[in-house]
Design a protein around this ligand. Structure first.
Ligand code: ACO
Length: 427
């Protein structure tokens, strides 16, 4: 990136007007031009479809260097966190800024446990869904319904109440997610278990059948826990910026999380893992890879290689490497090292990474290229993949929401380039 001398850059409009814009630098000395005064002082606007070059806030939570493939949570590299910490530590770190001490972790875990049960009215509400409803629609509706229990007494201006709301959401989202899955199978929900950790508890609530106790393999628990850590936050992505946009109006945190869930659901974001597995199944055999690569490269074909490419990473997504290893380890435990989908994914990755189209556009596998295979191996069906992502990302959404509520912010109100009719009269 080019360097500019602070504190100003000068913008000259075509009529000769000179505008001095202040610059800011981030922790890694990247330069940001403050364009916020453009309209109020000069009557012109910045135009940036998809917010590709626009910072929407200042944040101290997560840092990504997409050129180098670096991801830091509160300064710590994702590789170190995934190896040395569990998702509960990572949640604490994202929410409060530092890794927990033993005592802090104990108290945080206890708070999560204490808040993980779901109001009985929500069980009735869930029963009104058809069994083939997508679990994301059930989760979204249930989180919205959850807000009805907290709206009246909740005061967004009280920091302690905000912290409690964040814990409530992180605690309840796996329970709601597992309930949605059990409902889709026509089974009654399994309640959360006090003695289990976050990931283990979720797997238990997901797969347990009354009278037939489900005990997950420790490596499966570790695999799911790492998946949650890898998906916990990713700075101002589509869903987090949606949460912030809704939060800017003063909405309650449950409604903000609904915005995040809705944004996450799309195949260009959190729906990619489900879409990627479906794509691998559709390719079916290594002999078909060339056909799909050709389709992905054809500008007239809407098909894209799912799990490939990223708005920010123009190098290997560091999470994809960790995910590939988890995939290998889980399949080994299952005695399934030669899993055809894993082999197919490895071959597809190799071929794409040697193809000029992908090389020139810097398209690498992202976190979701391998996550679907791992989740499938854990016995989780494809329509639950985005739900698992949502469980993890709720922590990130809440960290950003808390940070935003603690800072000064303004309601999000972008501008547009109007190209419709000029004023006309109804005759
Ligand atoms: N397959 C084929 N071509 C691709 C792909 C892909 N997966 N991704 C990008 N391209 C091409 C585009 O067609 C475009 O080509 P062009 O320059 O000839 O027009 C070029 O690469 C740049 O792509 P953009 O769409 O401008 O990139 P953008 O940053 O807007 O999109 C995105 C990023 C949405 C992730 C995109 O790469 C994609 O759709 N990937 C597949 C879906 C996916 O895996 N999403 C998960 C993202 S990670 C996450 O949310 C956890």
């Amino acid at each position: 990136m080019k360097q500019y001398e602070p504190p100003f850059v000068t913008l000259t409009l075509s009529d000769g007007t000179t505008i001095k814009l202040a610059t800011k630098r981030d922790r890694f000395d990247r330069v940001f031009i403050d364009t916020s005064v453009l309209f109020s002082q000069y009557g012109v606007c910045a135009y940036d479809v998809g917010l590709q070059s626009t910072a929407i806030c200042q944040s101290a939570i997560t840092f990504i260097n997409g050129e180098k493939g670096t991801l830091l949570y509160r300064g710590y590299p994702i590789e170190q966190l995934a190896e040395q910490h569990d998702f509960t530590d990572v949640s604490y770190l994202l929410l409060y800024g530092e890794r927990p001490t033993g005592k802090e972790k104990e108290q945080f875990t206890e708070k999560i446990r204490h808040n993980s049960a779901i109001q009985s009215e929500l069980h009735l509400f869930l029963n009104s869904f058809q069994h083939d409803a997508h679990p994301m629609s059930m989760l979204l509706a249930n989180v919205a319904a959850l807000s009805s229990f907290y709206q009246q007494d909740f005061d967004i201006n009280q920091p302690e109440q905000r912290k409690l709301a964040a814990v409530q959401l992180i605690a309840k989202i796996p329970t709601l997610a597992a309930m949605a899955y059990q409902h889709s199978l026509g089974r009654s929900p399994t309640p959360p278990q006090d003695e289990m950790g976050y990931a283990e508890n979720f797997l238990h609530m997901l797969h347990n059948v009354p009278g037939k106790q489900y005990t997950p393999h420790p490596l499966f628990v570790k695999a799911l826990d790492t998946i949650l850590t890898l998906h916990a936050d990713h700075e101002q992505n589509a869903s987090t910026s949606s949460v912030r946009a809704v939060a800017s109006t003063g909405s309650n945190p449950f409604a903000c999380v609904c915005a995040g869930l809705a944004a996450l659901w799309g195949p260009a974001h959190g729906g990619a893992n489900e879409a990627c597995l479906k794509m691998l199944q559709a390719i079916g055999d290594e002999s078909h890879i060339d056909t799909y690569i050709k389709r992905a490269k054809n500008p007239d074909d809407p098909f894209r290689l799912m799990g490939f490419g990223h708005r920010v990473y123009k190098y290997y997504d560091p999470r994809a490497k960790i995910m590939q290893k988890i995939c290998h380890d889980v399949l080994k435990v299952l005695g399934n090292q030669n899993d055809p989908l894993f082999k197919l994914a490895n071959s597809l990755e190799k071929i794409a990474l040697e193809d000029d189209y992908f090389v020139e556009r810097k398209l690498y596998p992202n976190v979701d290229f391998y996550s679907g295979i791992v989740l499938k191996a854990l016995g989780i069906p494809a329509n639950m993949f985005t739900v698992i992502f949502a469980i993890a990302r709720t922590t990130g959404w809440m960290a950003h929401w808390l940070e935003m509520m603690d800072s000064s912010y303004r309601i999000n109100r972008p501008r547009q380039i109007y190209l419709g009719f000029p004023q006309r009269d109804i005759t």
